[in-house]
Each structure stands twice: as C-alpha cells, then as structure tokens.
Design a protein around this ligand. Structure first.
Ligand SMILES: NC(=O)c1ccc[n+]([C@@H]2O[C@H](COP(=O)([O-])OP(=O)(O)OC[C@H]3O[C@@H](n4cnc5c(N)ncnc54)[C@H](O)[C@@H]3O)[C@@H](O)[C@H]2O)c1
Length: 311
C-alpha cells in the first residue's frame, strides 16, 4: 500500500536517464539501498522505497527508515513512495510490486538489495540463523523477481539488479550468507536466460561500502583479509549506486547475466566460471587412476584456502 508520495518538483537535471521509469529498491531505508534509491531518483525514476526497518540480524521493524528516504527524495524534487513489506514472503514481494503499480502505474526496474547478517562458524550455526539469512537474501530476491517477471515479460522490457557479495566466492563464518549470495549469482544467471529474450536484463553486483552491516563483519584472520576492515570504513554506499543506475538504463540493454564488483572508485566484472583444466578418457575412471592422475594434473597448482593448522 502506498503511504506517502513525494512531490513532482524536478531538479532540472538534463541528463535524467531514467525519466518516466519506475524503480523498486528493497532494503532502501538504510545503507547501500538508500544510496541506490537516491541515485535512481536523481536520474528521474519514481522510486518505491521498500524497507521493513529491522535490526541487522532481522529482528524488529520500523517505518521510519523508508519514510525518511522518501522524504529525502521528495525534498530533492523526486517522487517516491514507502513500502514496509518483508521480502521474505511471496505476499511481501507481490505487495511491493503492487505498491509500484498503485502509486505509479508501472514498473521498470527492480533492485534487490535487502539483507540481514548473522555470522557464525559452521559448527555453531543455529538452524534459525541459517534459515533467517537464506530467507531474506535468496528467497527475498526470488519473491520480488517472481512478482515482476510476468509484467516484464508482457511489456518486453525490464531491469533486474541483484545484490550478491564477495562472500559467494567463499569466506569463513558466513555459511548462511555465502550460500545465499552464491544462490543469488546462480539465480541471476538463470533469470537472465529466462527473460533475456523478452528484452529484460538481470545482473548482479557485489558491493563494498561502510554500513552497519560491515561493522558486524566476521573477518577471518588470513593475510589477504587483513586490513579490509580499514579499507571498508572509507568506502561509501554512494560509490556503489552509479553502476546500479547505469544497469537500469536503456544503454545497458545488452549487459545480461553478469556479476560486477563495486567498491569505491573500482568497478570490476567477474569472469565466467568455466572448466580450466580437463582430463578425459573413453569410459569410466577408476579411483586408482584418479588417485594417480589428479594430483599431477587438475590439482597440481591448487591452493588450499584454509590449510590445516597445528593444534
Ligand atoms: N556493506 C557491504 O560492504 C556489503 C558487502 C557485500 C554485500 N552487501 C549487501 O548489500 C545489501 C545492503 O547491505 P547494507 O550494507 O546496506 O546493509 P544495511 O543493514 O545497512 O541495510 C539493509 C537494509 O535492508 C533492510 N531489510 C533487511 N531485511 C529485510 C526484509 N526482509 N525486507 C525488507 N527490508 C529488509 C534493513 O532494514 C536495512 O535497512 C545487502 O544485500 C548486503 O548483503 C553489502
């Protein structure tokens, strides 16, 4: 249900690339989602600012984060409406899309960004924490994509921008979060193929920015991660959003199924996962053959990301 619409005063930005478009941003009451909502509005989009306003671990709820962002957009001359639904349920996803249709009559862009965070080592991971994190990230993405996909297919246009994390590549103490984020990469790649022929794109970003979520990061002690906390504290959510705004534009119509890293002034494209070494024979391998050959071939230069420690 729409609760507050901003005024329609415009700032006169002649380069508004999303003029006439309607965008949903989930989890837009704070952090990176808030920056996306402001950036999309600055490009002329009318924005549904979704946020149920909970704590970092997903507890509680408040209308004020989403309402505050709606007011910020309105005071810079944009149009926005707040929505307080929880992305975890299919009804929540549908209701967010309905809010866009009721308030603005159409929907062009979906930015899935809402997220929670409950890090713990795998042997201590409570089942509830696994469930709560996978539900918000992976189910949350699916629920909103499912709700817009028929509309996008019918109108033969649409932009979906998902939010993964470098945790999808493997990171200690975030089995729930890393698994959900890897799932989001997979979801992105499949949806890109389901909807691409209808003129719809689906891409994914892995952001880095200083937010309340990074304050709770479970840094492992490996050398490559050392100092990341310091680096993150200098990265602003606003650094991430220009890429998202670009992916929402007509100009990005042929970028589909891709995963980007966005961190301060750095934007990177991830490689396509593909086999890099092969062994093959006619028929089935024996365990003997594999034991002999794999160490000399496929596993010859492999590094163990977490080698065993004494004690
Ligand atoms: N900050 C980083 O460096 C970083 C790194 C990698 C990935 N990410 C991802 O970026 C996204 C935004 O993270 P952030 O750092 O801005 O965190 P944040 O906690 O500042 O913001 C997340 C927002 O999502 C909202 N939210 C949570 N669950 C929701 C639900 N079920 N329904 C609706 N809204 C919900 C919260 O209320 C909050 O306002 C997340 O998906 C996160 O995993 C962030």
């Amino acid at each position: 249900m729409p609760v507050e619409a901003g005024n329609i005063r415009r700032t006169g930005n002649s380069m508004q690339r999303l003029s006439g478009k309607v965008a949903i941003v989930t989890g837009a009451g704070r952090g990176i989602g808030r920056a996306h909502a402001l950036a999309l509005a600055a490009e002329g989009a009318k924005v549904v600012v979704n946020d149920y306003g909970g704590e970092l671990d997903g507890q509680g709820g408040s209308m004020s984060p989403a309402e505050t962002v709606v007011s910020e957009i309105a005071s810079s001359g944009g149009e926005a409406v707040a929505n307080f639904d929880d992305v975890v349920s299919p009804d929540g996803g549908q209701s967010i899309v309905d809010t866009a249709l009721e308030a603005f009559g159409r929907i062009d862009v979906l930015v899935n960004n809402a997220g929670n965070y409950r890090p713990k080592m795998i042997f201590n991971m409570p089942f509830d924490d696994w469930d709560a994190v996978v539900k918000v990230h992976l189910y949350g993405h699916f629920n909103c994509i499912r709700a817009v996909s028929g509309i996008f297919r019918e109108q033969r246009s649409g932009r979906i921008i998902n939010t993964a994390s470098e945790a999808w590549l493997g990171e200690a103490a975030v089995s729930n979060y890393g698994a959900a984020k890897a799932g989001i990469v997979g979801l992105t790649r499949v949806v890109a193929r389901d909807l691409g022929k209808y003129g719809v794109t689906c891409n994914c970003i892995c952001p880095r920015a200083s937010t309340r979520m990074t304050e709770g990061l479970a840094f492992d002690q490996s050398a490559e991660r050392e100092g990341l906390s310091d680096v993150l504290s200098k990265l602003e959510p606003e650094d991430v959003s220009p890429l998202v705004a670009y992916l929402a534009t007509e100009g990005a119509k042929d970028i589909n199924g891709q995963v980007f890293l966005a961190s301060g002034g750095l934007i990177a494209l991830f490689s396509e996962p593909r086999p890099i070494k092969t062994i093959a024979k006619d028929g089935r391998w024996t365990v003997d053959e594999i034991s002999r050959l794999v160490p000399q071939t496929l596993a010859a230069e492999l590094e163990n990301p977490a080698p065993a420690k004494e004690g």
